[in-house]
Design a protein around this ligand. Structure first.
Ligand code: SME
Length: 160
């Protein structure tokens, strides 16, 4: 099975290149969406330092429903437009939140979370779910994380 030891000193571009390579290798040829999300959620938890939650919400009947993740148990259903995840799913745009306490409507599934990035997964222009990463550090995520996670979402769109 896939084995990886992230280099904490590596530039983020290297980290996300390796993450995409790993995600591609682990999902290619596999049609089961749950298996693919589960493995990628675990990969994110391994690759991204200082994250307390990494995982997926799926858009089901116009609301977000919890998918596979690495971290503590989380909120199961999130209405479109509510919280960081709901904002990303409704707008189709990544939400990069330096301080979750300053985000109107933020949903505190895990009280340790201080910053968050949520990337929509688009298939044929429509949102099918989101990738959500939470960190206990303020401003943990930046434009490099956004670019890397958006590339991951694009890779996965046809494999979920
Ligand atoms: N904080 C998110 C909810 C999901 S958890 O972080 C896993 C939000 O505001 O949408």
């Amino acid at each position: 099975m896939f084995d990886f030891t992230p280099d904490p000193e590596a530039p983020k571009s290297d980290l996300y290149r390796d993450l995409l390579t790993a995600a591609d290798a682990i999902t290619t040829g596999e049609s089961d969406a749950v298996a693919n999300m589960a493995n990628v959620a675990a990969l994110l938890g391994e690759f991204l330092h200082d994250c307390n939650w990494t995982g997926f919400y799926r858009l089901v009947n116009d609301e977000l429903v919890l998918g596979p993740f690495a971290g503590r148990p989380a909120c199961i259903r999130i209405p479109l437009g509510v919280g960081v995840c709901g904002a990303a799913a409704k707008s189709g745009e990544t939400q990069l939140v330096e301080d979750v306490h300053a985000f109107p409507g933020h949903i505190a599934c895990d009280a340790r979370s201080r910053s968050e990035v949520v990337v929509p997964i688009l298939r044929d222009g429509a949102v099918i779910g989101v990738i959500d990463c939470d960190s206990p550090e303020l401003a943990r995520f930046d434009a490099d994380d956004q670019a890397g996670l958006e590339a991951l979402a694009a890779l996965l769109a046809d494999r979920l």
